[in-house]
Design a protein. Structure first.
Length: 113
């Protein structure tokens, strides 16, 4: 992995949420998914900032939904991972796995924990 392709912890969580959510991924659903699956709080603002950084790196692209079918309904700005984002995510996960390889079982989380 070259300098600049490393993902930070929150970037990793945001990209994982994008994969999990598919076409339903926008800032609020990403934040909710991260909070639900990590038991960690996150602000919508931090999600927007992270999505912006990931887009600048070419890892995320945006698309707008149709306006919501309610009075004054607005379109949502959705995000999806690019192929470059998928590569960066894979590389980061491989690096983490290599770092954890050989660490005693009492430190690593149990499967399903």
């Amino acid at each position: 992995m070259h300098k600049g392709t490393h993902l930070g912890e929150f970037e990793l969580l945001v990209l994982a949420a994008l994969l999990q959510l598919g076409d339903d991924a926008y800032a609020v659903t990403i934040r909710d998914d991260i909070e639900r699956r990590t038991d960690r709080s996150a602000s919508v603002g931090s999600v927007y900032a992270t999505l912006g950084r990931l887009a600048d790196k070419g890892y995320v692209e945006f698309w707008s939904s149709e306006p919501l079918p309610v009075r004054g309904g607005r379109a949502r700005k959705h995000a999806r991972m690019t192929s470059a984002g998928q590569r960066a995510l894979r590389q980061t996960l491989r690096a983490i796995d290599r770092m954890l390889d050989g660490i005693a079982g009492d430190v690593r989380p149990a499967e399903g924990a």
